[in-house]
Design a protein around this ligand. Structure first.
Ligand SMILES: Cc1ncc(COP(=O)(O)O)c(C=O)c1O
Length: 474
């Protein structure tokens, strides 16, 4: 059946609306955007990794009063490219090692574009059957590749921060429900007080999410960690049915992993809830050679992991996983008369948002393209690059301060001034970029290798800059 009957088509001709919907300008605009994006990507390797002052000064061109009249869309896209593209940090290139960001797989970008053209509201099956189906498959695949309980709930969110937020909301609901307290109905005032146990190496976004959920800093107990930043189980406070423990898969500096097996065993016996912040480190599960680092992690109750970091999806993309569907329903289940109920996955009942973009499409496309072997190869390659960095840095005279078990390298010169001087040289080289950090109260530099685009040659080029920047003493 023709979805646009003749009559309707005819009635639209010769109107402004019809001109706006003419297929040619849309195609030309999309092709222009695709052409500019392709050129941007192809030229990444030849440009400076971070934009210079002159380029940044050019951003003033975006300013100005809100225009009264519109502008030709082609002109808008061309201006975005001319002024905006050079002002980007080349974090999708192969020589960016700052923070933990990951790049963006070409297929994931392409899937993202297509899904953007679909403009589906992936909160609901009725609005987006295809996108929701892809999300359903992606959820199963994620549980399989991360080897987490296959019947757990998977929610697609913007980042690990929101993943942890969502999971901790479920933890709060579940623990209070076990104490016969329905927090959804009765609110937090008057609820039994829960306590939170984290390591003193916890990523700060976890603390933010606890604040959003109504926990105060006084509710949080910080546990000491060892020389790699792993929580020390025997120094943990007593756990109980009113405790939420947050563990880490992948310390933001050292890449280390908390001892999940021991802590989960203790937590289970006591009735505590364990959440794992696995923003990037949970991907170690996908690698045969790295998987041992996560031993026991499957015993936890909830997990969060980014897609936009190590899976190399475009921003913003992450999931959280929760063992208890009842808690997810209690926290996120939306009851509105106009929402349709059916047997299919209903994403708006799993995450904080009602309307949202279809993140599952990119997860599906990346996992379909890479396969289990491709993901494993990505993780292993990046880890091997990190080891090569560690070896080359030590040979140049730097001190490498962590066990390079994953993709992170923490290193420094002998004194702080030398470290600072070396860092400035590296950052201003244009060839590569990495950031500072404080590790065990010492100013250090930190490398994170998390992009699919990084080659052996990129590593050698960056290493050469780092070797030349080495300062014995300022
Ligand atoms: C260990 C860890 N946890 C949480 C986060 C927050 O993740 P996101 O920025 O995706 O919200 C990060 C980000 O770097 C991280 O490395």
């Amino acid at each position: 059946m023709n979805p646009r009957p003749e009559k309707q088509m005819n009635s639209l001709t010769n109107t402004e609306a019809d001109e706006a919907h003419d297929q040619q300008p849309v195609r030309a605009l999309f092709q222009l955007s695709c052409e500019l994006a392709s050129r941007y990507t192809e030229e990444l390797d030849a440009r400076e990794v971070v934009p210079g002052a002159e380029v940044l000064a050019g951003l003033t061109e975006f300013h100005g009063p809100l225009p009264l009249e519109g502008t030709n869309p082609e002109q808008v896209i061309r201006q975005l490219d001319r002024v905006g593209s050079p002002a980007t940090v080349a974090s999708t290139g192969g020589r960016y090692f700052g923070f933990v960001v990951g790049g963006a797989l070409p297929v994931a970008i392409a899937a993202h574009w297509l899904a953007t053209a679909w403009d589906q509201n992936a909160g609901s099956w009725a609005l987006a059957p295809g996108a929701v189906e892809l999300e359903t498959v992606a959820a199963h695949w994620m549980l399989e590749i991360l080897d987490l309980p296959r019947d757990a709930v998977v929610g697609f969110v913007t980042g690990s921060t929101m993943g942890t937020f969502s999971a901790l909301a479920c933890a709060r609901s579940a623990l209070l429900a076990r104490l016969n307290y329905n927090v959804r109905r009765r609110g937090l005032a008057g609820a039994p007080r829960l306590s939170i146990v984290v390591s003193d190496e916890i990523h700060p976004t976890n603390l933010s999410t606890l604040g959003y959920l109504g926990f105060g800093l006084d509710d949080i107990q910080h546990c000491p960690t060892d020389e790699q930043g792993r929580i020390i189980p025997k120094e943990m406070p007593e756990l109980g049915p009113k405790t939420i423990v947050i563990l880490q898969a992948g310390n933001i500096n050292s890449g280390s992993f908390d001892p999940f097996e021991e802590v989960c065993r203790k937590a289970k016996a006591s009735g505590a809830w364990v959440h794992v912040d696995g923003a990037f480190g949970l991907w170690a599960r996908a690698s045969t050679s790295k998987r041992h680092l996560t031993r026991g992690i499957e015993q936890a109750d909830s997990w969060s992991v980014d897609g936009h970091k190590w899976l190399n999806l475009p921003y913003d993309s992450a999931i959280y996983v929760c063992r208890e569907p009842e808690a997810v329903q209690d926290v996120f289940g939306i009851d509105a008369t106009y929402l349709m109920r059916n047997a299919q996955r209903q994403p708006n009942n799993l995450v904080p948002e009602l309307s949202r973009r279809s993140r599952g499409v990119e997860f599906w496309a990346a996992l379909k393209t890479l396969g289990k072997r491709g993901v494993e190869d990505l993780v292993d390659r990046n880890c091997a690059h990190a080891r090569r960095f560690a070896q080359g840095l030590e040979a140049a005279g730097y001190e490498v301060l962590n066990d390079v078990v994953l993709n992170q390298v923490v290193f420094a010169c002998q004194d702080e001034a030398s470290t600072q001087a070396a860092l400035s040289k590296i950052q201003s080289s244009g060839v590569t970029w990495l950031g500072p950090t404080t590790w065990k109260e010492r100013l250090c530099m930190r490398i994170s290798v998390s992009s699919w685009a990084t080659t052996q040659d990129d590593v050698e080029q960056a290493l050469s800059v780092m070797q030349q920047a080495f300062q014995r003493e300022v």
